[in-house]
Design a protein around this ligand. Structure first.
Ligand code: ARG
Length: 590
């Protein structure tokens, strides 16, 4: 199936080719975008203006010629505006056709990708014995949504939680484990206990230098394979994983693999050797480093930085002078493994923006080694408190993800209690959980991921505005209308009887919004920008509400009633499927 703007773009491409001939690049494909101002049309294209420059023609005259070549289109009325915009107003019979197709299609019109890929998505990846803080929320939630979207589009997706399970923190943890940890408490709250242990030892080390030495020697013993320390280390990872899995289950987020940093330990020494043998890495002041190979212009070279007008080297260090390996070394081995063992075409790393240089270097070293693939750093900004400073608890601690989840559910429970005091307690709890977790996820996903965003409880739990509760509530309202219609099974009813007619403006508006689902989902994945989908769902819900205010559904007669009920049903289905791609549950009542 091909989307409406897709069909138009195809015809527009042909008209441009007819008009411009060889002046048009061979693989040219016209783009058609949704109009900012619906008064002029539903979609528009500025191709004539762009191409007029290349073809040295007057833009408006070129646009006119193209419109003439397009002739009468089955999809849309075509018109010309300004210096050469071409506007398309979709014909209402075309919307009817699109909506009828959607009614019969589980995918609601969203086409599968033509070239499915194998994509590894690396996300969440917290560090053992360090808190999974709100910064990890972003990675966890964005990564999960990308995985859901990519799978839905027909890609093969492997989700891999690359946890930090091999770092210098284990020196302190080992000492703390042997001298401080209360095993019973550990069983109960593994993540918290490991964290407080780490913090406590860290604090003591600052006061007692000899303790720091003791921790270091614990670390050395671990690294050289001491069985006792290895056993404790394994236990730490186990309890951490158990704790994390509880959180992930609550968030309905799952990983295919948990190949943490330690998984690659044995691959590091041979990898460094190989890079040296191939002349990609070399020794520098005792360490082994990768320097620029001059492939890029200096301003695009991740191994150079400009200092006072001069380009200076910033090598990637892959082995320290003391023989230890680094984060970068592990990431090189990880990339290898994913290409070789998983046969990945693409690897997407959902990691905060501060690691930009790290990933640029990793991807560039892959190029030096002739390893090809679509490698993306899906970066994101930080979460700030209302005071625009990093989001912290009242006593200045980093906020733990579990605390955020608990508080969201608690606050949602208050909203539910107010709104539906008579609901049975079990149902209230389930609603609070879906609303609370939905609110966190939606607030996260509706941000432009690259900007910092302000964490605001009141806003994210509000029943109005672009929030999960607003959309969940919209869905509940649609379902309530359907229940009142007295029709027992909507899917049967619709496949038998429905015939959509569109006459009112607000019906056409809603039809436009519904049909756009098929374009928005692929675009959201292409740019790894979940906020395109959240904004779309909010627009759809608003289009529904204004339709419902102006166009009586249950009080209409016969065919109009059927048609409007079909619009309700499609709205419900798009809302539900769209939110499920964001990992957010819809409720039948709330
Ligand atoms: N553990 C790292 C951190 O918390 C994130 C790991 C991201 N993935 C990767 N392949 N480097 O910063």
């Amino acid at each position: 199936m091909i989307t409406l703007p897709g069909q138009i773009a195809k015809k527009l491409t042909k008209a441009l080719r007819d008009e411009l001939g060889d002046a048009l690049p061979r693989d040219f494909c016209a783009t058609v975008t949704v109009s900012q101002d619906l008064r002029y049309g539903d979609y528009q294209s500025n191709e004539a203006m762009v191409l007029a420059k290349v073809a040295r023609r007057n833009p408006r005259e070129l646009a006119q010629a193209v419109v003439a070549k397009l002739g009468d289109m089955t999809e849309a009325e075509v018109s010309l505006a300004g210096p050469g915009f071409i506007n398309f107003r979709i014909k209402s019979e075309k919307y009817v056709e699109c909506l009828m197709d959607m009614l019969r299609d589980e995918r609601l019109g969203v086409p599968l990708v033509e070239c499915p890929q194998k994509i590894v998505i690396d996300f969440s990846a917290p560090n053992v014995a360090k808190p999974m803080h709100v910064g990890h929320i972003r990675s966890t939630i964005i990564g999960d949504t990308l995985a859901r979207l990519a799978r839905f589009m027909g890609h093969t997706v492997i989700t891999d939680n690359h946890i930090g399970d091999w770092g210098t923190q284990f020196g302190m943890i080992l000492w703390g484990w042997k001298n401080l940890v209360d095993q019973a408490a550990l069983e109960q709250h593994p993540i918290e206990v490991l964290l407080t242990t780490y913090k406590e030892v860290n604090k003591r080390c600052k006061e007692q230098p000899e303790l720091l030495e003791a921790c270091k020697s614990e670390l050395v013993r671990l690294q050289s394979g001491d069985p006792d320390n290895l056993a404790i280390w394994k236990r730490c990872i186990e309890v951490t994983k158990t704790g994390l899995k509880k959180i992930y289950d609550q968030l309905d987020i799952h990983f295919d693999y948990w190949l943490g940093e330690s998984f690659y330990n044995d691959a590091l020494a041979p990898l460094v050797k190989d890079l040296m043998a191939r002349g990609i890495a070399r020794e520098s002041e005792g360490a082994v480093c990768v320097f620029s190979d001059g492939f890029h212009a200096p301003q695009d070279d991740p191994f150079l930085v400009n200092k006072d007008g001069e380009w200076q080297p910033v090598p990637a260090i892959i082995r320290k002078a003391d023989g230890g390996f680094l984060y970068a070394t592990t990431d090189l081995a990880t990339l290898d493994y994913r290409i070789r063992e998983f046969q990945a075409d693409s690897i997407w790393y959902v990691v905060g923006a501060p690691q930009e240089k790290h990933f640029k270097q990793i991807f560039d070293i892959a190029r030096m080694r002739d390893i090809t693939g679509d490698f993306r750093h899906v970066a994101f900004g930080s979460i700030l408190g209302k005071d625009r400073r990093p989001f912290k608890t009242r006593d200045g601690e980093t906020v733990s993800l579990q605390d955020v989840i608990d508080e969201a559910i608690e606050r949602a429970a208050r909203v539910v209690q107010e709104k539906s005091p008579d609901m049975p307690t079990d149902e209230k709890d389930a609603v609070a959980e879906a609303v609370g977790i939905g609110a966190i996820k939606f607030a996260e996903l509706s941000q432009n991921r690259l900007s910092d965003y302000i964490f605001d409880w009141d806003k994210m739990l509000s029943l109005s505005g672009d929030t999960a509760p607003y959309l969940q509530n919209s869905y509940v309202r649609v379902r309530a209308i359907e229940r009142k219609s007295g029709i027992p099974d909507f899917s049967v009813f619709l496949s038998d009887r429905a015939c959509i007619r569109l006459s009112e403006d607000r019906e056409i508006n809603l039809a436009h919004a519904l049909c756009r689902f098929a374009e928005v989902v692929p675009a959201t994945l292409d740019d790894c920008r979940p906020n395109l989908l959240t904004a779309y769902l909010y627009d759809l819900a608003r289009a529904f509400h204004s339709f419902y205010e102006a166009c009586p559904v249950l009080r209409s007669e016969d065919s109009v009633r059927f048609s409007r009920l079909a619009l309700c049903e499609l709205t419900a289905r798009v809302l539900k499927l769209g939110m499920s791609l964001l990992g957010i549950r819809m409720l039948e009542r709330m």
